[in-house]
Design a protein around this ligand. Structure first.
Ligand code: F6P
Length: 548
């Protein structure tokens, strides 16, 4: 039955009408226990969703919707290795990558763990050799620079995590992430690197992605200009891929090829050898701690009752905000500088997974699915777009994410950072009433006329919902929990909306068109007549000014 016709959906619509009359100020005033009722802590990760526009009755109705959508069954099917990615006929088993004990997974009959352990051992070997200086370049030098060449899921996860955990990084190694086709990404880097001490990781599940392929070939040419002998590639290139023949064809020897499986989606691949650059940065033990944190969240997701289940709760709240309160976008606001790549990572995770309008059966969805995800470092955002969050009149739910202790402590910085984070979520929730604003203006000595003039500008509507996620510190275990929390949140949302969250057909059309436009841009006589007039005009401009 159509989701929106279910009694659960209709009940939620009634709750929306009821809650429309209540401000977050009222919800807090009515319930002194609101924080303890609407927050949960798991192994130090505190999730406070008390500033969301829900009450106990609404949450119960949302939980009923999750039961109606059979969330526990779908979750169990995913963990059992069933081929729930129907459009690609694939299982979804990134959870196997963080299955840390020696038992079979997902089942005794379909045990993927021997392969997972094999690749983990390959990773460990590489990590130990590079970090200890045993891995040598073509001139016998130890590696000093690691360049991950990849895009999308083969870039965003390891880039986020390496930056987030940079305080734990090996002091003798530098890490770079190259994704853009624009040579301005790779060229300045190559200018400053020494080929003798540089190791490239070509991370590409398909090994056919244009951006990665072009950057990898340019990097190989750069290396060969210095090394001249083909055998040098083995000293400076590692591939992470499921397409071994293509990696071999590129010239990377089998011993340097780390496998990923079709059951690992690109945006869920940090936990695989796609995380090799991270493991090189923080060591294999650190990488395992990340996996252990993610496994902790997997266990919580599988075992906790729905009403105490963090991914389920965050998913339901997001559905509430999107489908009932009408939010069209959602902001991710990390406050730690080292978490600066979190918004980008979550954009792919959420929007590539659930940015769809058809169900897994191919039918049109009856409601809007994923909102637009965007974000920025919190304090920077405060001095840029927060004005609109406070007084712009848009409903924009926010996720505030912050670690309580600093990874790079300097005296006097951390408390103000936290104060700003907490002040913003509070200001967004409670705002400032006209009476409060008036009182403040009067107290500042203004006369009635001046007060009346300024008053409209000084009122804050508030009622802007947010969730605050606090971690004790930026440690691999905590980060693993956080990212797995978001992964499962996205999965639950997909289940409720009836979406297959693990395919991404929407990115194909642009790739096809780029391929077909290339000859025209490269100067070949193109059959321009087939092109739309806009594209034709833009190509003409490029022919005038562009360089190849
Ligand atoms: O084009 C989208 C996408 O397929 C993502 O899903 C993926 O993470 C990215 O491209 C990179 O793909 P690959 O790892 O195969 O190079």
């Amino acid at each position: 039955m159509d989701l929106i016709k279910t009694s659960e959906w209709q009940t939620l619509l009634a709750h929306k009408t009821r809650l429309d009359a209540l401000h977050l100020r009222d919800l807090f005033a009515q319930d002194a226990q609101r924080f303890s009722q609407f927050s949960l802590e798991l192994d130090g990760l505190l999730v406070d969703y008390s500033k969301q526009r829900i009450d106990a009755a609404t949450l119960n109705a949302l939980l009923a919707l999750a039961r109606h959508a059979d969330v526990p069954t779908w979750r169990d099917r995913m963990f059992a290795g069933e081929k729930i990615n129907v459009s690609e006929n694939r299982a979804v088993l990134h959870t196997a990558l963080r299955h840390m004990d020696t038992t079979a997974f997902p089942t005794q009959d379909n045990n993927v763990m021997p392969e997972v352990h094999f690749v983990r051992k390959q990773m460990r070997d590489i990590v130990e050799r590079v970090r200890s200086g045993l891995w040598r370049g073509f001139k016998g030098d130890a590696i000093q620079n690691v360049v991950n060449i990849g895009i999308g899921g083969s870039d965003l996860g390891p880039k986020l995590a390496t930056r987030a955990l940079s305080s734990l990084q090996h002091p003798g190694l530098h890490f770079y992430y190259v994704s853009n086709l624009d040579s301005a990404h790779l060229a300045p880097l190559l200018e400053k690197l020494d080929p003798r001490t540089t190791l490239f990781i070509v991370a590409s599940k398909t090994f056919t992605t244009q951006e990665t392929s072009l950057n990898a070939h340019t990097a190989r040419t750069w290396l060969m200009a210095a090394a001249t002998e083909e055998w040098a590639i083995a000293k400076h290139f590692i591939a992470v891929t499921s397409n071994t023949p293509k990696a071999l064809e590129f010239g990377i020897p089998a011993a340097n090829i780390l496998h990923i499986w079709d059951w690992v989606g690109g945006r869920y691949s940090l936990w695989s050898a796609v995380g090799l650059s991270l493991a090189l940065a923080i060591g294999m033990r650190g990488f395992e701690r990340l996996l252990e944190g993610a496994e902790k969240m997997d266990q919580h997701f599988c075992q906790a009752p729905l009403e105490k289940n963090l991914p389920v709760l965050l998913a339901l709240i997001s559905i509430w905000n999107t489908n009932f309160l009408g939010a069209e976008t959602t902001a991710v606001l990390p406050y730690n500088e080292s978490m600066r790549h979190l918004p980008g990572f979550l954009q792919q995770l959420e929007m590539e997974s659930n940015g769809k309008t058809v169900s897994r059966e191919g039918e049109a969805l009856a409601c809007r699915a994923n909102p637009i995800v965007w974000g920025e470092i919190g304090v920077n955002g405060q001095h840029a777009f927060f004005q609109l969050l406070h007084q712009g009149g848009w409903l924009i739910p926010c996720d505030f994410v912050v670690a309580a202790s600093s990874d790079y402590p300097l005296p006097g910085h951390q408390a103000p950072l936290l104060a700003n984070c907490l002040a913003q979520s509070s200001a967004l929730a409670f705002g400032k009433t006209e009476a409060q604003a008036k009182q403040e203006l009067a107290a500042s000595g203004l006369d009635e006329i001046a007060i009346a003039k300024l008053l409209p500008h000084k009122v804050f509507a508030g009622n802007q919902p947010s969730t605050t996620i606090l971690m004790p510190s930026l440690e691999p275990y905590q980060l693993g929990m956080l990212l797995a929390l978001y992964e499962h949140k996205v999965f639950v949302q997909g289940v409720v909306w009836g979406i297959n969250s693990f395919d991404q057909w929407g990115v194909e059309l642009g790739k096809q068109l780029a391929h077909s436009l290339l000859p025209a841009l490269e100067g070949e006589q193109a059959n321009d007549a087939q092109l739309d007039t806009s594209t034709r005009g833009l190509i003409a401009y490029f022919r005038r000014y562009g360089n190849n």
